[in-house]
Design a protein around this ligand. Structure first.
Ligand code: CP
Length: 314
């Protein structure tokens, strides 16, 4: 039984996560075909409702829904919508409700906004990032990427580096990775490690160099200038010096260890400018896997027409 709304990783059991990741394999295969489309959600309507900028998440949800043959409409809260005339989030939601949508993918600056939306509409609500709270589909696509690279997640040592306190990606990934049996360490300036992190079932350190040789995955977070209302470290230069990944630090990593990042990347801050081009920096994998995982999720949540897509040449 799949959930109606996806608001948080907390809602998913390990079996449900396994099912989402396994089903994503079928949609990954669809993405390799000449005609990248299956009729699974034909006649259904998905709305992308974005109150905050996005490149990866918005385009990937849109592409995933189109690959399932759903009709897709996109709403970005800017000067072309009635939000600019003062229409409230609730009235916007009620307007969408009257349009008979099947799913609403929502990104909002406020934590908890997707939950509120789910109380006002009949459509399934998928959280595409709410404030500093959660970004569950990012965590699912990261799990999928890790599983494809390592064959599993259990027992892997993963270091999440950076602004843990303000990161919805960190919050969802810590929940998802620990749920699937990984050993997670949060690394960063003491001011960006939340005081409650000790109860999250993870280790905490400020010493990146000491931990790097032990990690299977180094997961870098973006320094979120837009969410920081005060200075949490003296300068970006100091951040790079202590917690930025550069060639010297890559040389401390295991030869087979991989680097991940949710994007967008601040080159020269959390990572040296030329490192994202390294083979072990698998951000492009994360982006392309995001389409398959989001297609899998919408297919399972919206009860897509019965059978999974068969391989093209079977
Ligand atoms: N990873 C991520 O959420 O990127 P966007 O902000 O571009 O969607």
């Amino acid at each position: 039984m799949m959930i109606k709304h996806l608001l948080s990783i907390d809602q998913l059991s390990t079996d449900q996560i396994d099912l989402i990741l396994k089903t994503a394999d079928s949609f990954g295969e669809v993405g390799t075909r000449t005609i990248k489309k299956v009729p699974a959600l034909r006649g259904r309507t998905v709305c992308n409702l974005f109150f905050e900028p996005s490149t990866r998440t918005r385009l990937s949800f849109e592409l995933a829904a189109k690959r399932l043959s759903a009709d897709v409409i996109t709403f970005t809260a800017d000067s072309r919508t009635s939000v600019s005339k003062g229409e409230s989030f609730k009235d916007t939601a009620l307007t969408l409700q009257a349009m008979g949508l099947d799913a609403i993918v929502v990104r909002h600056t406020s934590g908890g906004a997707p939950k509120r939306l789910s109380q006002w509409v009949d459509a399934s609500v998928l959280n595409a990032g709410d404030g500093a709270n959660e970004h569950p589909t990012q965590a699912l696509l990261d799990l999928y990427t890790i599983r494809r690279r390592f064959g599993g997640i259990e027992g892997l040592r993963i270091g999440i580096v950076g602004d843990i306190a303000h990161s919805r990606v960190a919050r969802s990934n810590i929940k998802a990775m620990t749920k699937m049996g990984a050993q997670v360490t949060a690394i960063g300036p003491p001011t960006l490690l939340p005081v409650t992190a000790g109860s999250w079932g993870i280790d905490i350190t400020t010493d990146l160099d000491a931990l790097l040789p032990k990690l299977d995955i180094v997961y870098l977070l973006r320094v979120q200038k837009e969410r920081q209302v005060e200075q949490f470290f003296p300068s970006l230069r100091e951040y790079s010096l202590f917690w930025g990944l550069d060639r010297r630090r890559v040389d401390l990593m295991k030869p087979e260890a991989l680097i991940m990042h949710p994007g967008p990347i601040n080159r020269g801050v959390e990572v040296a400018g030329d490192l994202p081009e390294m083979e072990r920096f698998i951000v492009a994998d994360q982006v392309s896997n995001g389409i398959a995982v989001r297609a899998s999720l919408m297919y399972l949540m919206l009860g897509g027409s019965q059978e999974l897509p068969a391989p093209e040449h079977s």
